[in-house]
Write a protein that binds this ligand. Structure first.
Ligand code: SF4
Length: 292
């Protein structure tokens, strides 16, 4: 297989084949991310994709799901993406669900009709690294889009019948804007119909502009307790009927379906963690994290 860089596999999907179709990230400028810093964006050579599919056809001929790599394969135009999906079916004829990650802006170059066609070709699930619905925060972390883009593009996915995940990055607005980040994100997410809302906590990795800003005193990271408080505010304001996933170590058992039915329990569990959690342990776990 031609894996040329850091592989991010959605840990909430079962192990299944991965197929790299692009390299790097078209944006490569979010202030908290170094994942693809040294990898210029390019399309994976067509012959590599075909060779990988030939290998998968030998190894997992019955495969029904597959995840496309790398950072944002979704950015490919319809004319480039559709033939790759067709190629997948040629080599893996049992294929049902083609899952890909992407940026909100990756959807701008596709019409609803084109998205419907991609869905017919199996692309029925997409994960968007949204991170925030708060315009101040989105600009602060250089995501490259605003809250209206999130609404516009997510509504296109809904019209096309494509399921999607949205992520909320807990802590990324710093102490200065924590409450607005939580509330405005929940408000924007709640105007969408995501299948899953996932939350992860900010870790300041070496080499990120956000860490440098923190070292210069221009960004104040949240304490572990403040992270939990922000997550609780986000949950309290979120009204989507979705599955809810949290990477937050203390709240890992809060992951599951039927968010609205479980919302009260999640808030109670977060309150308990805020008052009784071992914050030193949480800090130590975060310090030892090496990637997003
Ligand atoms: S967070 Fe995602 S979009 Fe932003 S630079 Fe990293 S890989 Fe690219």
């Amino acid at each position: 297989m031609h894996f040329t860089e850091t592989v991010y596999r959605n840990p909430y999907w079962p192990t299944f084949p991965l197929l790299q179709v692009t390299q790097g990230c078209t944006h490569n400028a979010c202030k908290f991310c170094t994942m693809y810093k040294d990898v210029p964006f390019r399309l994976q050579p067509r012959e590599w994709i075909e060779e990988d599919l030939q290998e998968l056809a030998r190894l997992v001929p019955e495969a029904r799901t597959i995840q496309l790599l790398s950072a944002n394969p979704l950015v490919m135009s319809y004319d480039k993406l559709a033939p790759i999906l067709e190629l997948i079916h040629r080599y893996l004829p049992k294929m049902e669900t083609i899952y890909t990650v992407g940026r909100v802006t990756d959807l701008r170059n596709k019409s609803v009709e084109q998205l419907k066609s991609l869905k017919e070709l199996g692309m029925s699930e997409v994960s968007l690294g949204v991170e925030s619905g708060d315009n101040w925060t989105l600009e602060r972390i250089n995501k490259g889009y605003g809250s209206q883009d999130i609404l516009d593009q997510c509504h296109k996915l809904e019209e096309a019948g494509i399921d999607y995940w949205m992520t909320f990055l807990n802590g990324v607005a710093g102490r200065e804007h924590s409450e607005e980040h939580a509330i405005h994100s929940a408000e924007i997410f709640s105007q969408c119909r995501p299948m899953v809302v996932g939350t992860g906590g900010l870790t300041l990795f070496p080499g990120t502009p956000l860490l440098e800003e923190a070292q210069r005193g221009e960004f104040t990271p949240l304490s572990e307790k403040e992270m939990l408080e922000e997550l609780k505010t986000f949950v309290e304001h979120l009204t989507c009927d979705c599955a809810f996933i949290t990477h937050h170590t203390v709240a890992a058992n809060l992951t599951g379906p039927d968010f609205l039915k479980r919302k009260g329990d999640i808030v109670t569990a977060l309150e308990h963690a805020i008052h009784n959690g071992d914050m030193d342990r949480l800090s130590a776990i975060r310090r030892n994290k090496r990637t997003l």
